[in-house]
Design a protein around this ligand. Structure first.
Ligand code: MAN
Length: 530
């Protein structure tokens, strides 16, 4: 603005300055005694002393006659000569906002038609029809009420916090003494476990030796039985061989096979050459050895369904003189098999009572000596398992106590009582949960499984005990592992009060707890200017 051609506003201001220089009106809303020009901060008032007639720019860049202060022309580089106008781009306007909080505006907002100060003093050029209502008193009242409420919550919260601190300290010393006891207990249990383990190993060794012998015997018996069976089967096979070897020359020839009606595959009543060749499997004829190893493998099933009928009816016309003996022998085989079956399915002895039957079914498959070793090993194993379980439980307890003692529950243990507690909050889609010092999760309201949103990581760096960090939750589809930050606020109860997901798979909770209450900073009465 051209200093020689002041605006109408400036003329008004100049007149006001000159006529009422010392009055309250000229110097804005300030009292005559403080007598500071419009827009000057109280702490700078002494630099604006009209009695000195000269004003020195606060940065020392210039000195001007005092009546050029607030003349709407910028004389000082730091804008300090125009605290009440918008003339200096870097100037600042102070409004005292009596009844509320004072504020400091960039000079450009002075007389710009927008009410920035609640007392309307920034729009002073519109004195008569100033559109700005002074609502400082109402704002002040609302703020005071809010402050009072906060002070009340803080006061009560701090009292509860004290209880939480006491509780936390008690928990800590309890854990300290518990861990000592548990460690001693664990040591004893470990010793007992080792002793039981030693006993178990010895018993198992004896058991193994005995069972190895039993197994070896079983294997031997099985091998003998199998060998016997093979001899028996081979002998039986040889009977078939002999039967087919019509001329008893020790070889079964194709022509002889062609007389064996069981080899008639197409049921046309004759065994063709082709059918006989099939059973010869490339051989010209069968000697005994080849018949056993090849021929019988191909045709044996045709003869074994009911060898008795086979021998007594269809094979009748081919019977040799010793076939009757063979038949008897077969009969013996079958009697033997039937006997075996009888052994397996033997009806219960009706002379025995029920208990005896139970005892019978429980009967050991081992000799009493071996069974005693097996029982001793079973007992030793059970004893060891019991001792091992007790030891593992004690170990877990010590570990839990250790972990707890290493966790930072606040400078005064104020958060300790939150550990092992979970807090829920539903939004429209999920139930969110925070298990303090453990994990955060979400579960769909519609049902389904819980998704981990992070495990306890620690307190967020640089924020004191104001924010908890839970990291390494379930991996997000095409994104990071889920994580949750929990802001703590002072409140009278422990409660999760808000949750949101500001970025995909990054969650933000607000949790209220008395443990987060801090004494309020003292009120700055200087700024209140009531
Ligand atoms: C699930 C929830 C959401 C998350 C998406 C990401 O639906 O865990 O919170 O944003 O997965 O795919």
């Amino acid at each position: 603005m051209d200093r020689r051609r002041p605006s109408f506003v400036m003329v008004t201001v100049a007149i006001l300055f000159s006529v009422f220089a010392a009055s309250r009106l000229v110097f804005g809303n300030e009292t005559a005694s403080s007598a500071r020009p419009k827009g000057v901060r109280p702490e700078l008032a002494s630099f604006y002393d009209a009695n000195r007639k000269v004003f020195s720019c606060l940065d020392g860049s210039n000195s001007i006659p005092f009546d050029q202060v607030n003349d709407d022309y910028c004389d000082c580089k730091d804008g300090s000569d125009e605290p009440g106008t918008s003339a200096c781009p870097n100037g600042h306007f102070y409004c005292s906002n009596k009844g509320f909080k004072p504020s400091l505006l960039p000079a450009s907002r002075v007389n710009d038609g927008i009410c920035d100060c609640c007392d309307g003093s920034d729009e002073w050029a519109l004195q008569s029809d100033n559109p700005c209502n002074n609502n400082c008193m109402e704002l002040g009242k609302a703020e005071r009420e809010e402050r009072e409420m906060l002070a009340k919550v803080t006061d009560e919260g701090l009292q509860i916090k004290q209880e939480m601190i006491q509780n936390g300290l008690k928990l800590r010393s309890q854990r300290e003494s518990d861990i000592a006891t548990k460690r001693a207990e664990k040591e004893l249990l470990e010793k007992e476990k080792s002793e039981k383990e030693e006993v178990k190993l010895q018993a198992e060794e004896l058991e193994k030796e005995a069972l190895d012998i039993v197994r070896q015997e079983e294997d031997k018996l099985r091998a003998e039985r199998e060998a016997e069976e093979k001899v028996k089967k081979d002998a039986e096979t040889m009977k078939h061989f002999d039967k087919m070897d019509l001329n008893s020359d020790g070889v079964v020839a194709k022509e002889e096979l062609m007389t064996e009606i069981k080899l008639d595959q197409n049921n046309d009543g004759i065994v063709s050459e082709e059918e006989a060749n099939f059973y010869l499997s490339g051989h010209h004829s069968y000697d005994k050895e080849t018949f056993l190893n090849t021929g019988w493998l191909l045709m044996g099933h045709l003869f074994t369904d009911d060898p008795r009928s086979n021998l007594t009816h269809e094979g009748e016309e081919h019977l040799h003189h010793d076939d009757l003996d063979d038949l008897d022998e077969h009969k013996e085989d079958y009697d033997y098999d039937e006997d075996e079956e009888d052994v397996i399915t033997a009806p219960p002895d009706t002379t025995n009572d029920g208990d005896a039957n139970v005892a019978e079914t429980k009967e050991s498959k081992y000799s009493p000596e071996v069974q005693a070793l097996v029982d001793a090993a079973d007992n030793a194993r059970a004893e060891y398992d019991r001792a091992n379980n007790l030891y593992q439980n004690a170990d877990r307890e010590v570990e839990g106590l250790q972990k707890s003692l290493e966790t930072d529950y606040g400078g005064e243990q104020e958060f300790a009582s939150l550990a092992n507690q979970c807090f829920d909050l539903n939004d429209h889609e999920y139930t969110y949960k925070m298990c303090a010092f453990d994990y955060c999760s979400q579960r769909p309201l519609s049902g389904g499984s819980e998704t981990r949103l992070g495990n306890w990581e620690g307190w967020s760096a640089g924020k004191g005990y104001a924010q908890m960090s839970y990291q390494g939750g379930v991996q997000c589809w095409n994104g990071p592992a889920r994580s949750t930050m929990v802001d703590l606020r002072c409140g009278l109860t422990n409660a999760l009060i808000s949750v949101n997901e500001p970025a995909k798979c990054e969650y933000h909770y607000v949790f209220e707890t008395p443990a987060a209450c801090q004494p309020l900073p003292p009120i700055n009465h200087e700024h209140d200017e009531l």
